[in-house]
Every structure is written in C-alpha cells, then in structure tokens.
Design a protein around this ligand. Structure first.
Ligand code: PGA
Length: 230
C-alpha cells in the first residue's frame, strides 16, 4: 500500500516542519509527501520519502517557473506527481506534455505518480472509459510498464468536493486502468479517515492520493493506519 499526501499550495517550510514534528507514521505502509517546491528541502531533511508536485521534461533551459528532474534529485527528492487535474484544468497541461514529464522523470531515476481521471460531464455522458484510455495510453506510450511508475485515478468531480467515488466505481475504474497498463493504481478524491478503509479494501485499489485530509497530521496518520490494515 502506498499513501501519498498532496499538499498543493499549502505549507511553507515552517508549517511543513511543524507537520512532520506532529506526524506519527504507522509501520507497514509506504508514505509519500508532496509539498510545494519551497518546502521540499525542509521535507527531505526529515528523512521521509518526498515527491514534488510536478516536474519539467528538459534538464535545463529557458522555462520560467519550471523545475527539472535533475534539480529535484540534487535536492534529495525521490519522485514527482505529474498530470494532476488542477495542472490539466487550470494550467493547460495536456496528455502529451504530462507524458513527457513522466518519461523524463523516470529516465532521471525519479518515481512518478501520474494522475488520470474524468470530469463529471465526461462521466455523465458515458465517456469515462474513453477518457481514461486516452490518458493512460499516452503514459503507456511514453513510459511503458516502468517499475517506478504509479497511476493515480482521481475522478475530477471527487477532488476537493467531499464527493467520493463509491468503492464499486473506484474498483471498476482501477480494474479498467490496470487492463491498459499493468502498474499499481492509487485512488484520489476526497479520501478521508472515514472512507479510507472501504476504498482501500477494493482488490484493485493499491493506495491513495490524499489532498485536503493530508494537511492535518492526525487525519493523514489515520488514513495511513487504515492502509496498514487493509
Ligand atoms: P482531495 O484532493 O483529497 O482534497 O479531494 C485529492 C487530490 O487532488 O489529489
């Protein structure tokens, strides 16, 4: 089981340190933290497994605001998220450049959690599998079944909304993704201590990518505990 906490644009270095002082991780579960770039160094200093929230495909260059895999490695960062729906929806990222980010990070020796998922409109019009197929195949084409690639299924309608996919919806999407690319699949979208155990008990759910509930050390630890027993 892998539980990743995506802090998004929360917690500068000081708050990150306070979080780690208060966080008590259970044994038997792999825990990854994804703080903002400015807090990566403080997070790496704790000895925990730290991923960035994004990564560029070139090692260096005129790409204002971007950070490369080589730079992350120099800092001791172990991996990166790519293709989060907020990057896709708010910052114009595409299946193609998400796949380039994933490939470059994997080639540089980083782990990658690549996010896919349908919007509410796509689900309601019956296009969930088509959207997942397009997104996952772009990743599969760029990275294949790389051993450090993990997929995160995050239905966009469940992110930060309090709405969670039912365990059955999650299981169906995960099994579909697994049929396209044989890599572990995390579930993301309003995972909380109250719903974690049920979601994580689904046979094709290999862990969780947690946003809001990863900001509080106690609620994130509770989710990690649910993972360690499922
Ligand atoms: P949420 O976010 O847990 O707050 O819904 C999940 C994510 O965006 O990765």
């Amino acid at each position: 089981m892998l539980i990743a906490g995506n802090w998004k644009m929360f917690k500068g270095p000081g708050e990150a340190e306070s979080f780690f002082d208060a966080f008590d991780a259970p044994a038997g579960v792999d825990v990854v933290f994804c703080p903002p770039y400015v807090s990566l160094a403080a997070a790496v200093a704790t000895g925990r497994t730290i991923y960035a929230q994004n990564v560029h495909w070139e090692p260096t260059g005129a790409y204002t605001g971007e950070v490369s895999a080589e730079m992350l490695r120099e800092l001791g960062v172990d991996g990166a998220l790519v293709g989060h729906s907020e990057r896709r929806q708010l910052f114009g990222e595409t299946d193609e450049n998400v796949a380039r980010r994933a490939r470059a990070a994997l080639e540089a020796g980083l782990g990658v959690i690549a996010c896919v998922g349908e919007t509410l409109e796509q689900r309601e019009s019956g296009d969930t599998e088509l959207v997942l197929k397009i997104q996952v195949e772009a990743l599969a084409f760029a990275a294949g079944e790389h051993e450090r690639l993990v997929i995160a299924y995050e239905p966009v309608w469940a992110i930060g909304t309090g709405k969670t996919a039912t365990p059955e919806q999650a299981q169906a999407a995960h099994a579909f993704i697994r049929g396209l690319l044989d890599r572990p699949v995390l579930y993301g979208g309003s995972v909380k201590p109250e719903n974690a155990a049920e979601l994580l008990s689904q046979p094709s759910v290999d862990g969780a990518l947690v946003g809001g509930a990863s900001l509080d050390p106690d609620s994130f630890a509770a989710i990690c505990r649910a993972a360690s027993t499922s």
